[in-house]
Design a protein around this ligand. Structure first.
Ligand SMILES: Cc1cc2nc3c(=O)[nH]c(=O)nc-3n(C[C@H](O)[C@H](O)[C@H](O)COP(=O)(O)O)c2cc1C
Length: 222
């Protein structure tokens, strides 16, 4: 069942992040953009193999930006075209040197992108990631090697307040956290349910009340 309550004890960077459906026209300072990429760089990865790559196009480079935007599917164009920067997230599917399959390549890219997203959130920058992109065109235009997989595109920018997006919801913990065998309830969650009557009103807040990024900043950096 969809659930839009959120345990307020999680970090405001996580609670307040969302995928914006519109961006202001101002650009992202070079130092900020570099910091986001540095955050991705310091992500964990299997055997520290760091399989991720990002191709970056900023609005300042109009031609490059237009080229990357031409690889965004129609469904995402209305807000992606407002972004200050577009990034293509790629990952190497084999280990350098040995050529062995890199089992967690996509996971590791996702982790690096998560670092990037939270560094962005801490800086008041919004990120909207994309599945609906033209991967064949990206591979051709950017001459991406065959063992590198294009996974996502990321639209970065300062979210327009009015473009916060739809009401957010999540599956409840019980639907994906198990104890013992698959789908078996984790006792910890059961005892939480028992206590819920007393605590839920205090600990939950409705996610549709947007967290202003300045609120996140005022909680300090992680
Ligand atoms: C890998 C990935 C791909 C996504 N692709 C798209 C997309 O193509 N179009 C879109 O509108 N949103 C896309 N999203 C955004 C999700 O729809 C969004 O994260 C989800 O609805 C939860 O909303 P929230 O990020 O505001 O919490 C994508 C998110 C991720 C992580």
């Amino acid at each position: 069942m969809p659930d839009s309550t959120l345990d307020s004890s999680i970090h405001p960077l996580i609670a307040g992040r969302y995928s914006p459906f519109g961006f202001e026209s101002r650009s992202i300072a070079d130092d900020d953009l570099l910091a986001l990429l540095e955050a991705a760089r310091w992500s964990a990865s299997a055997a520290n193999a760091q399989p991720w790559s990002y191709i970056v196009a900023t609005r300042e480079g109009a031609e490059q930006f237009a080229q990357m935007l031409s690889c965004v599917d129609e469904i995402n164009l209305a807000w992606a075209e407002q972004a200050s920067a577009l990034l293509v997230g790629c990952t190497r599917m084999t280990h350098e040197g040995t050529g062995a399959p890199y089992i967690t390549a996509e996971h590791d890219l996702g982790l690096a992108s998560a670092n990037l997203v939270f560094e962005a959130t801490a800086r008041g920058i919004g990120v909207h990631q994309m599945t609906y992109i033209n991967r064949e065109k990206l591979c051709l235009l950017y001459r991406i090697p065959p063992d590198v997989k294009v996974v996502t595109m990321l639209a970065l920018g300062y979210a327009r307040r009015a473009a916060a997006g739809k009401r957010r919801w999540r599956k409840p913990l019980e639907s994906f956290v198990f104890g013992g065998t698959w789908a078996e309830a984790l006792p910890l969650l059961k005892s939480r349910e028992d206590k819920a009557g007393l605590t839920q009103a205090d600990s939950a807040m409705v996610l549709s009340v947007r967290c202003d990024t300045s609120d996140i900043r005022s909680h300090g950096r992680v």
